[in-house]
Design a protein. Sequence first.
Length: 278
Amino acid sequence: MKEKRSFKDIIFRTILYLWGLTIVFPLGWVLFESFKSNPEFFADIWAMPEKLHFENYLNAWEEYNFDQAFLNTLYYVGGSLVLGLFFTTLNAYALTRINFKGRKLIWGLIMLSLFLPGINAIVPQYVVMRDLDLTNSLTGLIVLSGLGETVFYLMILSGFMKAVPKEVEESAFLDGASHWQVFWKIIVPLSMPGIVTVAIFKFIDFYNAFLSPFILLSDPSKYTIGVQMYQANKLMEYSADWVTLFAGIIIAMVPSVIIFIFFQKWIIKGATFGSMKG
């Protein structure tokens, strides 16, 4: 017998379905329009193209300097990911596995930061980066992004580390291991699912970053994908090559979509497990 669904369950599923459509439909429409010519686009946005214009993607790649933008993004995301993941893992270990005076106060201040808009930190960050002569530098951007902590990622990783039995850690200390050895040889391997989950989230976050790169980078040859696409959109004020812009949007989306497709189960499972354990 089929299980009867409650009215609330039907409403929830309907809302979830409609919410999914608000995301999928615009992206599908952009993909559809990217294969048209400009005259076809302006003639009727719903009509099928007479033929598929794959040259729009080649034009977007060349016109928007995607080769350099992807190299810049790869360097920025890679460096920020390694640095940020190391410090997030280290911070989570210190706050969950080491008892020290003021730990609860620090956790309280971290949780308080959830209620503070991140935009408030932009001006102080810029002033510090300017004084350190790290503006208009991808390396400086890596330092800023890598050292910046996100409460959400810290909470996920802390949930995984709290699940590690205390007895494992205590037996290592009895054998003469230091905190550093326990961290690297016990906590990190046992928390690897959480570390991978946070790494995936951080990758998507860094790849889609716009505000900090936009403010700190002034040299077009150093633009990341997010800033490059913003500049491409600004070009539409002086031209109307929309199909090339749509093709550029699809190209810029490819890495994030691939990551999501291959790791979506890992992301959902890891985030859920970490939140329950936390």
